[in-house]
Design a protein around this ligand. Sequence first.
Ligand code: HAM
Length: 424
Amino acid sequence: MAQHSSLPGFRDFYPRDFATRAHIFSAWREAARRFGFEEYDGPPLEALELYTDKSGEEIVRQLYNFVDKGGREVALRPEMTPTFARMVGARAGELRKPIRWFSIPQLFRYERTQRGRLREHFQWNVDIVGEEGVAADAEVVAVALEALCLLGLTEADVVVRLSDRRLMERLLLHAGVPADQLMAAYAAIDKLGRVEERVIRERLETEAGLGPASVDEVFRIFRLGELSALEGAYREVEGVAEELDRLAEFFRIVDDMGLGGFVTFDPTIVRGLAYYTGIVFEIFDRQGVFRAICGGGRYDTLLEAVSGVSLPALGFGMGDVVLKELLADRGLVPEGGAGVDFYLAAVGEEERRVVRRVASRLRSQGYSVLYSLRPAGVRAQLKDADARGARRVVVVGPDEVRSGEVVVREMATGAEERVRLEEL
Ligand code: HAM
């Protein structure tokens, strides 16, 4: 018989892996709850054109798309944002603004599989619609950090690297990038630090059509790095001062929230996706060992493009793959499964009937209960209880049935307590 394994880039979640996934999801949901975001979901399959129009080249190249039996061009969702924009747009009039929603979709991208990049992943999406001020940008950064802190990560582990496309647009136009080549320039710059500078230079020349002097100026901007250095060099350039002031306000808010230590300005963060229009950010491990844990930003024109309703919007996606790698590296993945509250061991056939009745009662009270499904020796049952992480064990034999009293043994401490069977 043929041995089947999962497809490359797709994961099996054995219970141990599933427990880690559930641990991450519960931090995501708890952070979202603390910040008052409501959960939603959409379909995993969408019309192909939802992505070909809006997502940008890189994601479109990675689409899992096909023609369905009705002749429709469809694609598995590679990201949630177009679906989110479509859903919000369809009911924009009746929804209370700002809209604060989150979701944990499984997404599919035909990527070259490598460390931190698979062909499916779960991605926590948190988005706000209907608020143009930077307080909203700070809010989404804060909720992302809340989840990471809930998982045990600190300022020493993670950093938010952030920029603003409006500022970079001003600077790139000043450097001589033609307005219609900004996307191509962002796409090239997005690779800074990940591919050789020579390659980026070449892409800026061939794909964004820049002359050598413009390319030099672009590199100069990105080498300056610090916000204060950019301010010193370019504040007088048209439109730059107001963008710098906006960023300064953002940083003030983040400081008020007590998160200043987590966030740093980094002009090389432009994001690969086409729809971003304002502040953009990515979260990385501080040592820079892993790929991005999270990426997002403001996309004030996407809703209009998808649904005809013009509303400012922003948010992020945080993937489970890199996050899990980082948590494992820091020893922050909880050991062991959930275990059970009770394991009931029966000495003989008669007691098995008692065990079944007691188990039903305990379960209806909300306890998790296990017992052996087939007759087994008491020693084997106790061994099984231990292996399955039972917190309490009760042995029911003829004496216990006769006296109506059992001993409940706490596995962690060894403490024993006599309890009436009916009271269990
Ligand atoms: P993205 O940067 O493409 O953004 O993905 C966000 C995060 O999802 C990444 O930082 C990474 O952790 C994870 N991720 C992406 N692709 C993969 C993959 N192939 N394997 C494992 N993890 C992956 C977006 O998707 C935007 N739609 C996020 C967003 C929401 N922006 C605004 N709202």
